[in-house]
Design a protein around this ligand. Structure first.
Ligand SMILES: C[S@@+](CC[C@H](N)C(=O)[O-])C[C@H]1O[C@@H](n2cnc3c(N)ncnc32)[C@H](O)[C@@H]1O
Length: 338
């Protein structure tokens, strides 16, 4: 509520009064106008001489800010609010180091301002191949989210499994590639970051998903079910060096979605391809210098050629900045076995 000068005019002059107040720069659009019997009251920032209507003080209702940044700053007027955050289902994920001095009332205010139920704070992703999330729950104990993106549902526990919002373009791209009918081997499936959009939006016929983290497998299983594609995916639990040799010669397409490097699995990826070959999506962290001078692409091609393959570069996708001067890229290669 706010006490403001009100310009009160008959309803037939409502538009004139509004235009006049706007033109004079005194219309306070952060409050709702009030409808009286045959009159309307426009909130004003200041009192200036006016030819029609009358001016009185009235109590106005503030408009709810549409911009969530404004709502958050209004909810926490004395705090430095983060410039960005992620919405994962009904959970707001704050950046690492945001609002370190916050308490329970802070998290409740955030949930109200951002219209969500739970609040968590990002943390460093654990080093190591599983890339475990170390997100801290601030409001609510259960970290499971059901996140909808590009028509695909991802289910995972934010406190255990990473979800890189920066990879959204790559998840969308996988849903749009020309892969209908393909058999796919995903060597680092996680919760189905790329496998599920391939199944749901790109129409691949089948995915063999290799994954060794039980928490990710739980998310993948739930995600396949939520997207109604369980019957088109086979999960191979365990280290792909042990499980994927069973997939020799089955794939039209292989995904290598591991950072910082998927290199250890390159020979395995080639083995999984059908005899006539196919496409491999090679995720890597590459220096900006090696991307600019072309050495990233040329050395990757040479290393695949050394695996007895003919290699054609189809596309280089620049996904995101990983760290200063390091880019997460995906090199799409058409690989023919010799
Ligand atoms: C988290 S995803 C990577 C997603 C995305 N490309 C990124 O890094 O930003 C990688 C997944 O590969 C799994 N993984 C790593 N090494 C593996 C291996 N040898 N066999 C099976 N799964 C593995 C991890 O458990 C993890 O779920």
């Amino acid at each position: 509520m706010g006490i403001r000068p009100a310009l009160i005019v008959s309803t037939d002059r409502a538009d004139d009064a509004r235009s006049w107040a706007l033109e004079k720069g005194v219309l306070d659009s952060s409050f709702h106008p009030i409808s009286l019997d045959d009159e309307i009251a426009w909130p004003m920032t200041d009192i200036i001489p006016c030819d029609f209507g009358r001016i009185e003080e009235m109590e106005f209702q503030p408009r709810t800010a549409i911009d969530p940044h404004v709502r958050l700053q209004q909810a926490l007027p004395n705090m430095e609010i983060p410039r960005r955050w992620e919405m994962l289902g009904d959970l707001a994920l704050l950046p690492q180091n945001a609002l370190l001095d916050g308490d329970e009332s802070t998290w409740t205010a955030i949930a109200q301002a951002l219209h969500c139920q739970r609040v968590a704070r990002q943390a460093e992703i654990e080093a190591g191949p599983i890339r475990r999330s170390q997100v801290e729950m601030l409001l609510g104990n259960d970290g499971w989210v059901n996140h909808l993106e590009n028509g695909v549902r991802y289910l995972f526990d934010v406190s255990k499994v990473m979800f890189s919002s920066g990879n959204i373009t790559e998840r969308r791209r996988m849903g749009k590639i020309d892969a209908a009918g393909d058999v796919v081997v995903d060597l680092f499936a996680g919760i189905g970051y790329y496998s599920i959009p391939l199944l749901v939006n790109a129409g691949v016929s089948y995915v063999h998903a290799c994954e060794m983290n039980p928490d990710s497998i739980e998310g993948l299983t739930k995600g396949l079910s939520a997207n109604m594609v369980t019957d088109r995916c086979h999960i191979l639990q365990g280290d792909n060096q042990e499980t994927a040799p069973r997939l020799k010669g089955v794939a039209d397409r292989v995904l290598l979605g591991l950072l910082p490097s998927s290199k250890e699995a390159w020979p395995l990826a080639v083995e999984c391809l059908k005899i006539e070959g196919g496409v491999i999506h090679v995720h890597m962290n590459a220096t900006e210098e090696s991307l600019e001078d072309g050495t990233f692409v040329s050395t990757t091609v040479e290393e695949f050629q050394a695996l007895d393959c003919e290699v054609e570069v189809l596309h280089l996708e620049n996904v995101k900045s990983y760290s200063p001067h390091i880019r997460h890229v995906v090199l799409d290669l058409k690989v023919t076995k010799l």
